[in-house]
Design a protein around this ligand. Structure first.
Ligand SMILES: [Mn+2]
Length: 319
């Protein structure tokens, strides 16, 4: 029997797996990638009797491959909060899917494990920009304010590390980062012991300083659009910069647009924090778009569709 652990390469995916494997240690084959690389089930070659754990990637975007694995006789457990569409009914498939804007995969796993390793769930929820949920869980589980600030930092850096269009853009490949976290039952011990924390902290500070210096192309009371240059720092920082902008202007929707080496655009959209809706519908109007109500993106937007995007973005949030 082979165990496959398939997880999104961001804070939420990594912290979800960390909780599960602390509770139930297993040797597994890790399948992950940059945050945007979500068609991960295509890389699993499972056979009858194998087990597959899937974390923080849309079932809708992986449905065909999921059905293939089930047909091949694998047993699949699936935790996620992205748009799922029709969930297949199959004896070998167990799903824990909640697409509420207050859900994230680390919190779903925490509920499933009944707070066994909740500090990691707090970390993952901060990473996914769910500050209120993370604060609440921290309070409920006796994490003091100083500690929760440290977990917020770690969640932010783990999330930051997942962005980038290729693994070369990242400080750490997500599977490597997970292996470094793996020995630590407490994220606070990881922070104290592993220099990866400081490397990410410094990288984040430098990239954010550059990102904060970019002036919006368009800004109204209701929405703001920022165009970032074709550079590794800009690809790494787009998601966390979008999260920070969303928090600093909670009534405004935000779009961050990265220019890629091939000239295409990659878009991150955040709905206003005070009305966390509409990002998914907007992005799914484009062929490579996807995501959640509060946070969504378009992986590959041709330059020729930029004007159409701006029009739909302002129509969606300007109203
Ligand atoms: Mn997530």
């Amino acid at each position: 029997m082979t165990q496959y652990d398939v997880f999104n390469g961001d804070a939420d995916g990594i912290c979800a797996l960390q909780q599960l494997r602390l509770k139930k240690p297993l040797d597994s084959i890790l399948i992950t990638g940059v945050k945007r690389d979500i068609k991960l089930l295509a890389r699993v070659e499972a056979q009858k009797g194998d087990r597959v754990t899937v974390l923080d990637i849309s079932l809708d975007k992986n449905r065909d491959e999921l059905l293939r694995l089930l047909t091949q006789g694998a047993k699949v457990e699936y935790f996620d909060h992205h748009f799922a569409g029709d969930i297949p009914q199959h004896d070998a498939l167990e799903t824990h899917i909640d697409t509420a804007s207050t859900a994230c995969t680390s919190l779903l796993v925490n509920n499933y494990l009944q707070n066994s390793h909740s500090a990691w769930a707090v970390t993952g929820a901060y990473g996914d920009n769910l500050y209120e949920c993370a604060d609440r869980l921290a309070r409920e589980t006796g994490v003091c304010v100083e500690e929760s600030e440290a977990l917020k930092e770690l969640g932010t850096y783990l999330n930051y590390n997942g962005y980038g269009s290729t693994l070369e853009d990242l400080y750490f490949a997500p599977d490597e980062l997970y292996r470094r976290l793996k020995p630590y039952a407490s994220p606070l011990d990881f922070i104290a012991d592993d220099e990866a924390f400081v490397i990410l902290k410094n990288g984040y500070a430098e990239d954010m300083a550059q990102g904060r210096g970019v002036k919006p192309e368009i800004q109204t009371d209701r929405y703001s659009l920022v165009l970032l240059p074709d550079a590794p720092w800009a690809r790494r920082v787009s998601g966390v910069l979008a999260n920070e902008m969303a928090r600093s202007a909670p009534d405004r929707a935000h779009a961050l647009v990265n220019t890629m080496a091939d000239g295409s655009l990659r878009v991150s959209v955040r709905a206003p924090l005070n009305n966390r809706r509409g990002a998914d519908v907007l992005c799914m109007a484009f062929s490579t778009g996807g995501g959640r109500q509060a946070a969504a993106g378009i992986n590959n937007l041709p330059q020729t569709q930029y004007d159409a995007f701006v029009e739909k973005f302002s129509a969606a949030f300007g109203g």
